[in-house]
Design a protein around this ligand. Structure first.
Ligand code: FAD
Length: 483
């Protein structure tokens, strides 16, 4: 009965390892084959977990673009190269002999989720949050009201945004939103060109930014300084921007010192920085800021009511002035009053969040939250179908959070394989994708073909002193992949 206590620890380990690999090992005809849709952090971290946790499982990663890495390539700001180091880990995963990258395959168009389910042991949807939230206010459709998502895609060389018309022939810009993406947009607008040109920012954006007349950026949020969603690292960068002055009004922050001690840790440090920047700037900073030619200003408690247009051109934004309600300091709710305020500007960026869309009508989807309905990564009422990353949680958190969710989804799948809840019997794997792409006359891009694109981009970058010059046209990516 009590055998285990009598085993020495080495023996016990061997027994456990044996029993574990017995559950997870499989005869070659029954090898689990997992299909992951999307090659951003969620896709790669889920793949990593499955490959690590199962001795034989195979993983295919499908990506709608010919190039991998999702928002690490097309979202993370060009002046944050250190964040992109995760690409090395993803590359190691892609080079695992049990992993296959298949680029230029758009699931929902080139192949359906149901077809994939018929061919794979498990299908993981990790296709991110490709759409953006809108305000539904008058004037929002003006071409000079641009979504931060498109602007970020534009300066990061995302093919669908390369031709975005960004009119920087204006001095004042309003950014709606107080998150890190809003700060990324402000930073790119205000950073000296001499700094940007050493990054992998796309050349078309660099050219347009070098002609920019933008001098002042308003960052406007609905709530107060205790509710901002940006983080301290990004705020510090903004405060230290060369030739640029932060404007944080004393009136907005003067009472914060009374509550700082009661705040949870990350919020405490962030609030302290806001307070000190406004109320106690150092002499050195004050002198530098007095000479700066550009500035950014934080504005609080304002809800956009209307984009003001004069003869078709954006000339400002009208805001309702808000009151903050609720007991919880950090979670107060904004309630618009009837009072309004106008801010003059020629360009508006909407940075109020990303959202996912259902890529297949049969997906159980929460339209309001913009996520696939799931329990711990298992899609509701669809055995064998899983989701991971922003499509499962909404667009919250950073790559580190996405990594945790990716690992969790990977573990859930391993458990379902181990428990026999999903079967690999009769599954043909990626042959269906190859057949469908061939019959549609569409080119597949493998990881070694991505290597060619990668090398070409690095070569083009070296010619102009940048780490890389991204190829921004799909047809050109495909041509380089074929070469
Ligand atoms: P994504 O990265 O969006 O990956 C989804 C992938 O699925 C994409 O490659 C997409 O092309 C593909 N796809 C979409 N539809 C289909 C389809 N139908 N078929 C096949 N493939 C499809 N985090 C940090 O830690 N540091 C930062 O500096 C940072 N900066 C950010 C800047 C911006 C502008 C944004 C928006 C986010 C930033 N983040 C940052 C957060 C980070 O990018 C996310 O946590 C992470 O990318 C989410 O991963 P994901 O895999 O869920 O989605």
């Amino acid at each position: 009965m009590y055998i285990l206590p009598r085993l020495c620890s080495r023996h016990l380990r061997q027994v456990l390892q044996k029993s574990c690999s017995r559950n997870l090992s499989t005869s070659s005809k029954n090898v689990p084959h997992v299909c992951i849709v999307g090659s951003g952090p969620a896709g790669f971290y889920t793949a990593q977990q499955i490959l690590k946790g199962h001795p034989a499982a195979k993983v295919d990663i499908l990506e709608k673009l010919p190039v991998p890495f999702g928002l690490v390539r097309f979202g993370v700001a060009p002046d944050h190269p250190e964040v992109k180091n995760v690409i090395h880990t993803f590359t190691n995963t892609a080079r695992n002999e049990r992993c296959t990258f298949l680029g230029n395959v758009e699931v929902g168009k080139d192949v359906s989720i149901e077809e994939l389910q018929g061919a794979y042991t498990a299908v993981v949807l990790a296709y991110g949050a490709d759409d953006d939230r809108t305000l539904a206010i008058k004037g929002e459709k003006n071409p000079n009201v641009i979504s931060a998502r498109s602007f970020v895609g534009w300066f990061n060389g995302l093919p669908q945004d390369r031709d975005l018309n960004v009119d920087l022939d204006t001095e004042n810009v309003v950014i709606l939103g107080h998150g890190n993406v809003a700060l990324d947009v402000a930073r790119i607008l205000l950073t000296p060109i001499s700094v940007l040109k050493k990054t992998d920012i796309s050349q078309h954006a660099l050219d347009a930014l070098s002609r920019s007349r933008v001098r002042k950026v308003y960052l406007v949020g609905r709530r107060g300084p205790l509710q901002v969603a940006f983080t301290i690292k990004e705020l510090r960068e903004m405060i230290k921007l060369p030739d640029c002055r932060p404007v944080i009004h004393n009136n907005d922050v003067k009472d914060l010192n009374k509550v700082i001690e009661d705040l949870p840790r990350p919020r405490k440090r962030l609030t302290d920085l806001l307070y000190r920047t406004s109320m106690e700037p150092s002499d050195t900073d004050s002198q530098l800021w007095a000479q700066a030619s550009k500035e950014w200003e934080l504005r609080f408690r304002l809800t956009p009511a209307e984009v003001i247009e004069t003869e078709g051109k954006v000339t400002g934004v009208k805001f309702y002035i808000n009151e903050l309600q609720g007991e919880d300091l950090v979670n107060k709710i904004a309630k618009a009053t009837s009072e309004t305020e106008d801010i003059q500007c020629g360009l508006v960026f909407r940075s109020i969040g990303y959202k996912s869309i259902p890529i297949d009508p049969f997906l159980p989807f929460d339209e309001r939250k913009g996520i696939i309905l799931n329990k711990k990564g298992r899609v509701e009422n669809r055995p064998g179908l899983y989701c991971s990353g922003w499509v499962s949680t909404g667009p919250v958190g950073v790559i580190l959070n996405t990594m945790t969710w990716g690992f969790e989804t990977g573990k859930v799948i391993l458990k379902d394989i181990e428990d026999g809840a999903i079967s690999s019997e009769g599954k043909q794997g990626n042959q269906i994708i190859k057949d469908k792409m061939l019959s549609n006359g569409k080119q597949l891009v493998t990881f070694s073909e991505w290597d060619k694109i990668d090398l070409e981009e690095i070569k083009r970058g070296a010619e102009v002193g940048k780490p890389r010059e991204k190829i921004t046209q799909i047809s050109e990516m495909l041509k380089v992949a074929r070469s």
